[in-house]
Design a protein around this ligand. Structure first.
Ligand code: 5AD
Ligand code: SF4
Ligand code: FES
Length: 361
């Protein structure tokens, strides 16, 4: 397709589905135009800063069985763990002392009262330890409205729940067909999070088996329509001990999956100028400079891993996940260098909340 057509589309205020498909299908020259536009918008609306969210992979125990995920309940090869409260508080202390102004607590999905209470308790302890000055994000799956409210009251302010695929037919192909993996429940959970006052983050995997370019265009329109505050997207990466592994020969090449992921980040930045967009670890798995490249074309959030190293091997959602042996301080140094290479600055000591969330209020 010729560059003039891409230029013409990029000048529009809003993109419709067929324009998004054209953009997602653009060749290398078109891609450069998209990236340049996204970089310009990023600079203008969210600036040059990248914010740290220290990631604690709290537990790999999961009641679900998503077909893509390495820590699905059905994977019996894994040692299951949860990080002890003391270990979490150690990680929080590290984050606090190093001026990471925010944390993400992520785990497999569990709904038992014991689990819910352990998180509430942890939130209270983190807040007491840091004078309520730590921005806390949760990524703990679908929960009831009551639980979302409880955790919000205990100090959580942001929540990440990827829709994974906004096309319900595709969603069905990626999950078991039962009540614990219901598309409508997931969608409803996103609405509940909004209702409970959270900054809401969602996202999808890119390059999944059965996924089309059309699906990805719809995903972008879904984010816009839902009016999300934050996004986390990255390439789908196969994992040997999962049902989707059998389709590995049908996947796009890793390079193409990476390129498409980068385009998705750039296009979302153009469409939703002031949201927070993460440079995800999965981007780096497929390209050594993946996170730097994402920062250049739109990402402004990065999640240095704070999980105690002894647990990291057991939280492999996909193959070749980086940062398995690196201590928190090594990831910090590594990311500092990477962010500087991208020409960005780190917003130490700042929450870096979604501007979009603030602008909506
Ligand atoms: N490849 C890429 N991302 C994955 N996730 C889970 N499994 C994979 C995989 N095989 C993502 C999902 C989930 C997030 C925590 O990790 O999108 O929401
Ligand atoms: Fe569990 Fe999340 Fe993995 Fe699904 S993607 S199996 S909910 S950890
Ligand atoms: Fe962990 Fe680079 S971010 S080693």
């Amino acid at each position: 397709m010729d560059d003039n057509r891409i230029k013409e589309i990029l000048q529009k205020e809003e993109f419709n589905k067929s324009e998004l498909i054209e953009l997602l299908n653009s060749d290398d020259a078109g891609k450069k135009l998209i990236f340049a536009k996204a970089a310009e918008i990023k600079e203008k609306y969210v600036g040059n800063k990248v914010y740290f969210r220290g990631l604690i992979e709290f537990s790999n125990i999961c009641a679900k069985n998503c077909y893509y995920c390495g820590i699905r309940g059905g994977n019996k090869k894994l040692q299951r763990y949860y990080v002890t409260e003391n270990e979490v508080l150690e990680a929080v202390k590290y984050a606090w002392e190093n001026k990471y102004a925010s944390l993400v607590i992520q785990a497999g999905e569990r709904k038992s009262k014991k689990f819910v209470d352990s998180i509430t308790n942890l939130l209270q302890k983190i807040n007491a330890m840091t004078n309520n000055e730590m921005g806390i994000t949760l990524s703990l799956g679908e929960q009831s409205e009551e639980t979302f409210m409880k955790w919000h009251a205990a100090g959580a302010r942001r929540y990440l729940l990827r829709i994974e695929a906004s096309n319900r037919e595709l969603y069905k192909k990626l999950h078991p067909n039962n009540k614990t993996h219901d598309f409508d429940t997931r969608l409803n959970a996103l609405h509940l999070l909004r209702k409970c006052g959270y900054q809401v983050g969602t996202g999808v995997m890119i390059g999944l088996p059965f996924q089309t370019i059309e699906d990805l265009a719809d995903d972008l329109l879904f984010f816009k329509e839902f009016d999300i505050d934050m996004a986390g997207m990255g390439p789908y990466i196969e994992h040997e001990d999962t049902p989707l592994y059998q389709y590995r020969d049908q996947l796009m090449s890793k390079k193409d999956r990476f390129d498409l992921s980068l385009k998705m980040v750039a296009l979302l930045r153009i469409m939703m100028k002031d949201i927070n967009i993460a440079a995800t670890t999965a981007m780096q798995t497929l390209d050594k400079m993946g996170r730097e490249k994402a920062i250049k074309v739109g990402s402004n959030i990065i999640m240095p891993n704070l999980t105690p190293v002894k647990y990291r091997e057991s939280y492999l959602l996909y193959e070749d996940k980086p940062c398995i042996d690196e201590e928190a301080s090594e990831c910090k140094n590594c990311l500092e260098a990477r962010i500087h290479i991208s020409g960005a600055e780190i917003g130490y000591g700042e929450w870096g909340d979604s501007k979009h969330f603030k602008n909506r209020r």
